[in-house]
Design a protein around this ligand. Structure first.
Ligand code: BDR
Ligand code: CA
Length: 307
């Protein structure tokens, strides 16, 4: 069996880092490139974080610096969730390399062009880079096997009543991606808010005691700190769901749905509006539920793999 070639595109971010850790731990996934986008923090900060995460995890793929701002609208960051650095908490190793001279979009294009097999893109931040790729290299669409993304929410949002952060930051980009015709798996809040890592799970990870575990439990502790104040029982592992579905789709409940992105709207900009009547042809495999314990087991095994 060939590994699935993937590109990790994110705005790390504690849960992005956990997603990348999970991806790196599985030989069935081959990381061809890592690309960054502004979201949780500025592009300078998310790129620096991406390089530090890759150094920590031994991800040797090139890192391409991506979009500094959304296609339209104002720039937004999330320091309340991830801190001023975008990845507050434990001290990380300094990067063992520089970012690629290629931009995120051009690095993705190169990887798609050169890959003998179609590539799966895993966006865990705003969709600015992916939309830019689709607009600037339409001929490469055929080389994208699937986009397995974290974003949106069928039932509700988190940054507004209607919108989830990644989609809200760049709804115009999301609209381009969702209407592209490329197969999409959407790990939205419906599933990711169920993907909780509880304090007792964090304690088990702390006890693994390898160099990566020593960082990871502190990331999880920091991330939970924000969510605890909002009444969460654990830290929602949003972004790892987009990777976990590639590894173990059987632990998820999914539904084929037609989803469009609201780019206008006084109250609903950034909403992922799903046709629950089932009338329109589906464009999304929407993840709606998961076996939490099996999901946490995947994360724990991923940390153990660094022993
Ligand atoms: C998403 O927003 C970010 O803060 C997280 O990294 C995740 O990708 C959840 O709404
Ligand atoms: Ca993210």
């Amino acid at each position: 069996m060939h590994p699935i070639p993937i590109v990790l595109d994110g705005d790390p971010g504690h849960d992005d880092a956990m997603a990348w850790l999970l991806a790196k731990s599985r030989s069935m996934l081959e990381i061809l490139a890592v690309t960054t986008v502004a979201g949780n923090q500025t592009i300078e900060k998310t790129t620096y974080n991406a390089l530090r995460i890759c150094t920590l995890l031994g991800i040797s793929a090139p890192v391409g610096k991506g979009a500094a701002r959304p296609l339209a609208g104002v720039r937004m960051n999330a320091p309340s969730v991830h801190g001023e650095s975008g990845l507050d908490g434990p001290t990380l190793p300094e990067p063992d390399r520089e970012a690629s001279p290629l931009s995120a979009c051009e690095l993705m294009a190169k990887v798609l062009r050169e890959s003998p097999r179609p590539v799966t893109i895993v966006p865990t931040g705003p969709l600015t880079n992916v939309a830019t790729l689709l607009l600037s290299h339409p001929e490469l669409k055929e080389k994208i096997a699937r986009i397995s993304l974290m974003g949106g929410g069928i039932a509700r949002g988190n940054w507004t009543p209607a919108a989830e952060f990644n989609i809200l930051v760049d709804p115009e980009a999301a609209k381009i991606v969702f209407s592209s015709g490329v197969p999409i798996t959407m790990a939205g809040l419906d599933v990711t808010e169920q993907a909780l890592i509880l304090p007792e799970d964090v304690e088990k990870i702390r006890r693994i005691e390898n160099p990566v575990a020593n960082i990871v439990w502190q990331w999880l502790d920091f991330f939970y700190g924000f969510h605890k104040k909002l009444g969460y029982a654990g830290a929602p592992m949003h972004d790892p769901c987009a990777v976990a579905w590639l590894i173990a789709p059987e632990i998820f409940e999914a539904k084929e749905l037609y989803v469009e992105i609201e780019t206008q709207g006084r109250y609903c900009r950034g909403m992922t509006a799903a046709d629950l009547r089932g009338g329109a042809a589906p464009n999304v495999t929407a993840l709606l539920g998961l076996d939490r314990e099996k999901f946490v087991e995947l994360l724990r095994e991923a940390v153990e793999a660094y022993g």
